[in-house]
Ligand binder design. Structure first.
Ligand SMILES: O=P(O)(O)OC[C@H]1O[C@H](OP(=O)(O)OP(=O)(O)O)[C@H](O)[C@@H]1O
Ligand SMILES: Nc1ncnc2[nH]cnc12
Length: 285
């Protein structure tokens, strides 16, 4: 992968710090998080291999990667710029409400950039919040507790985030359902159209789904349902069984309703917010 501009050489090396982090590249950071060297209670919540330049929000995420319920304890090596980006009004990655009701993290989607009232509701901001992400995945999986699930499949691209998180939570494998043209293996293709009205093609590798394999399908969002329906078709054409469908929001569209009527579904939107979400209206701004 390419080196992120915010990753430079660390300022000072801490005792016990993995020297691979000194390289200051993505691999070094990953190495510093390998089992045995991952941040625990005795670690400062700072990746000492990361140094923030220009207050980059990615670095703010990197320094606050552990769940926390109070002010961050920062390592002395943290640069002033990192401190500033942590305190930035842009996003508080550490604040966790005392009562974490289902869907509390949906408010983390605000502010949206496309206007004060109407927006494409972009959950990428909630993924940056450690507790928000964890609770979102837990809420999505809650209805499937005890259900037999053999594998989780996530839909290209944003569905990979929640899908992979769900797979690791369930200790299952993850299957990428991809927009056509990216997989260099034998695939099965499925044409579909989505909210854009454009004709698209989705594909999945053919060597993974054996007949009867029970698959939980995960995506970020179901709007018209065209994308999810195509993924369902791919699983079923290969003989798999759709054990469930999970997405942050399943809109009350014709396609969304069809999916909810035919498959066990899970989403994170409380009933009183659903009409707003159908209108792509956050209502928190
Ligand atoms: O219900 P539909 O009308 O089919 O729309 C839902 C799809 O649209 C969004 O993805 P998008 O294809 O925009 O791409 P991304 O995940 O790569 O951002 C969303 O994450 C779903 O996959
Ligand atoms: N994240 C999203 N917000 C609103 N509508 C969507 N349609 C598809 N993805 C969406």
């Amino acid at each position: 992968g390419r080196e992120h501009p915010c990753l430079g050489a660390p300022t000072t090396q801490q005792p016990g710090q993995d020297s691979r982090a000194r390289r200051g590249d993505i691999a070094g950071l990953q190495a510093a998080l390998l089992p045995g060297t991952r941040p625990g209670p005795s670690w400062p919540r700072v990746l000492t291999g990361a140094r923030c330049r220009r207050g980059c929000p990615r670095s703010a995420v990197a320094v606050c990667d552990a769940p926390c319920d109070g002010p961050a304890r920062l390592s002395p090596t943290t640069s002033t710029q990192c401190l500033q980006s942590l305190r930035s009004p842009r996003m508080d990655l550490c604040h966790v409400p005392t009562t974490r009701e289902k869907g509390w993290y949906l408010a983390l989607m605000a502010p949206n950039v496309k206007g004060p009232n109407y927006a494409w509701l972009d959950p990428s901001r909630l993924y940056c919040h450690p507790q928000g992400l964890q609770d979102c995945v837990a809420d999505l999986l809650q209805p499937f507790q005890g259900d037999p699930i053999d594998m989780v499949a996530g839909i290209d691209a944003m569905g990979f985030i929640l899908g992979a998180a769900a797979a690791t939570t369930l200790r299952k494998g993850f299957l990428a359902v991809r927009k056509a043209g990216h997989l260099c293996v034998q695939t099965l293709e499925q044409p579909y159209s989505d909210y854009s009205g454009r004709e698209k093609v989705m594909e999945v590798r053919t060597d993974t789904i054996s007949p009867g394999l029970r698959i939980l399908l995960v995506d970020q969002w179901v709007e018209t349902g065209g994308t999810m329906r195509a993924a369902i078709q791919l699983v079923e054409r290969l003989g798999g069984v759709v054990a469930g469908v999970a997405a942050i929001c399943i809109e009350d569209s014709e396609g969304g309703r069809w999916i909810q009527e035919h498959y066990k579904c899970s989403h994170c939107v409380p009933p009183h917010l659903q009409p707003r979400f159908n209108r792509h209206q956050l209502g928190w701004e």
